[in-house]
Design a protein around this ligand. Structure first.
Ligand code: ZN
Length: 305
């Protein structure tokens, strides 16, 4: 167990010009490894699983559930099929672009994200590690064959020609299709709506075990990837956490690692995080305006494109 330093005073949103200065000073440690979470993408219209109080707003598909039955996979893919249409339309926000700008300028180091939306890369960031994988690819759990999500979406569309239209009107919240899209691209649909959905099958082995190449809740990040990010953490002069409540160990362990090595840590996230006790700088801020200010980019708006 790492000894926990005194909790840093929480700085509120009304001190934002001061916050900007504090982040700039933090960057004086040298280009930090940046760890981003769901709060990074909320300005792009992809909601967080958790509210600012840290409690889960929705229950995501669990790994064990997905691998455990064809019915669960049918349910997942039916919802994901509808959700993808909106998820894939999400665009990088000003915060993503500001980070890309900071990266190009050498002010930040490697980017490690818990998000599966690919928005950092689309904003122009290089050197991005996707801790939980990416929704852009699917992999067959039986034979390992990979396929792009885009291509799979075309196959699913062809196999379920009128599903999207029929699914409309069946959401349990009374809306035509639930407006509740999830960070993993899933969407809420009533169970009875998915019963005649044709689950995608692997192009090579024919099994219905195609899964998005992301780490579902209840599964572990591949060990090799964890080791790679530990190495990045050890090599970094500082660690900057953006938009993550650090509620799951997958991200928190890098904060603990940095703390154990005396690497300074800053956390900018709405609401409490599990890493607060380790942070030398702790800001409760909206990310996009702060990052735009820190990056010093004129003309970048705070809204998503
Ligand atoms: Zn296969």
């Amino acid at each position: 167990m790492t000894s926990q330093p005194t909790r840093a005073p929480l700085v509120n949103a009304d001190m934002s010009s001061d916050s900007e200065e504090r982040v700039r000073r933090f960057l004086d440690h040298g280009p930090p490894m940046v760890l981003t979470g769901a709060g990074m993408s909320t300005d792009s219209g992809i909601p967080d699983y958790r509210g600012p109080d840290g409690t889960r707003r929705v229950t995501p598909m669990q790994h064990g559930e997905f691998v455990g039955s064809s019915a669960a996979r049918q349910r997942y893919w039916a919802r994901s099929f509808i959700g993808w249409q909106r998820f894939s339309a999400a665009a990088p926000n000003a915060g993503h672009r500001a980070l890309a700008h900071l990266g190009t300028g050498g002010l930040i180091g490697p980017l490690v994200t818990q998000n599966v939306d690919g928005l950092h890369q689309r904003a122009g960031s290089r050197n991005v590690t996707e801790l939980h994988g990416s929704l852009a690819e699917v992999v067959c759990l039986t034979c390992g064959t990979r396929e792009s999500r885009e291509r799979l979406q075309e196959r699913v569309t062809a196999a379920n020609p009128e599903f999207a239209e029929r699914a409309v009107g069946s959401a349990s919240d009374g809306s035509r299709v639930s407006s509740q899209i999830r960070p993993d691209g899933d969407i809420v649909l009533a169970d009875e709506a998915v019963l005649d959905f044709v689950t995608p099958r692997c192009l090579v082995c024919g099994h219905d075990t195609v899964k998005p190449d992301v780490v579902f809740f209840g599964a572990s990040v591949p060990a090799e990837r964890v080791q790679r990010v530990y190495a990045l953490t050890d090599a970094a002069p500082a660690l900057l956490v953006l938009g993550s409540s650090l509620m799951v160990m997958s991200g928190l362990r890098f904060v603990k690692r940095a703390a154990a090595r005396g690497i300074p840590i800053a956390i900018v996230t709405r609401g409490a995080t599990r890493g607060d006790a380790y942070a030398a700088l702790r800001l409760d801020e909206s990310l996009s305006p702060l990052l735009v200010a820190v990056a010093g980019i004129r003309g970048l708006t705070q809204a998503a494109d």
